[in-house]
Design a protein around this ligand. Structure first.
Ligand code: APR
Length: 257
């Protein structure tokens, strides 16, 4: 890890302003301040729902109604959430020409709602349902109501178009994410425990291709001692808000935030 003097945020701002050409990789932590629980940790979704019973494709095929108990909670929480200053800060950095893409593991659509234009949804999106038998798709809001189990016209139970454990990453998203990681100057990793592959391999791909890795997380992760160059310890909203303002103050950004 590189010494950022004693202010890693300033070091991160300097790297972003100097190198530009940045890509962000985000996880559940960036949406915690929008009221969406993360997955791991004491308050996480997996503390309440065992992922082996509620979040694998196998579990969905075996007991779709049971899995919808967990999915219903996720659809409701994501549906009621709004972007926070972290999402908006990333969109401002995109507007300034500093961040060129966001690779997100999140399925909540908050990056787009926060103004980001180039968003790679690595684990899909909750706003669409898909039939795993006839592959027909529907907007979630048209087929799902709280407590219901949505059905396809073919009669089968629909699944949100998100990646459950045991499912492959959407091909195009994987290709695009790897291309962005291989060609970025700075990878900003925000709010992920980096425990789930292949998403957790993206920082290594970027590092091996010569990028500097900046990590924003209140906690250290498996990346911190191995891949991360600058670790900014803090919540995503406060840190990204300050980063966007710091960089704008250095005259890199045309836009008032
Ligand atoms: N700001 C930034 N980071 C935060 C904040 C915050 N306010 N609050 C928590 N975090 C950090 C935690 O310290 C943790 O490292 O966010 C991380 C969340 O980790 P996980 O819950 O493991 O979520 P994530 O890494 O996104 O999970 C990856 O696993 O369960 C699957 O498919 C699911 O996409 C998900 C994947």
């Amino acid at each position: 890890m590189r010494a950022g003097g004693n202010d890693p945020i300033r070091e991160a701002a300097r790297l972003l302003a100097d190198r530009r050409n940045a890509v962000a990789l985000t996880g559940a932590g960036i949406s915690v301040e929008s009221g969406i629980p993360s997955f791991r940790g004491a308050q996480g979704m997996w503390a309440k729902y065992d992922p082996t019973e509620y979040a694998t494709l196998h579990a969905f095929m075996q007991s779709p109604r049971k899995v919808w108990e967990m999915l219903s909670e996720m659809v409701s929480v994501c549906g009621g959430a709004a972007p926070n200053p972290a999402h908006k800060g990333l969109a401002a950095l995109e507007e300034m020409g500093i961040v060129r893409a966001v690779i997100t593991q999140n399925v909540d659509g908050l990056h787009q709602a926060g103004g980001s234009r180039r968003v790679i949804e690595y684990h899909g999106n909750m706003e669409e349902l898909i039939c795993v038998y006839c592959w027909k798709r529907y907007p979630t809001r048209e087929r799902w109501t709280p407590g219901s189990v949505p059905l396809c016209d073919c009669g089968e139970i629909l699944k949100p178009n998100v990646v459950l454990f045991g499912e492959p990453i959407p091909w195009l998203a994987q290709e695009q994410a790897e291309e962005e990681a291989r060609t970025c100057g700075v990878l900003v990793v925000i709010g992920t425990s980096a425990q789930v592959s292949p998403a957790c391999d993206i920082p290594r791909v970027a590092k091996e291709a010569g990028a500097v890795v900046v990590e924003i997380n209140p906690e250290p992760t498996s990346l911190t001692a191995s891949v991360t160059d600058v670790h900014v310890t803090g919540g995503a909203s406060e840190v990204l808000d300050r980063l966007a303002k710091l960089i704008r103050k250095t005259g890199s950004g045309p836009l008032e935030y």
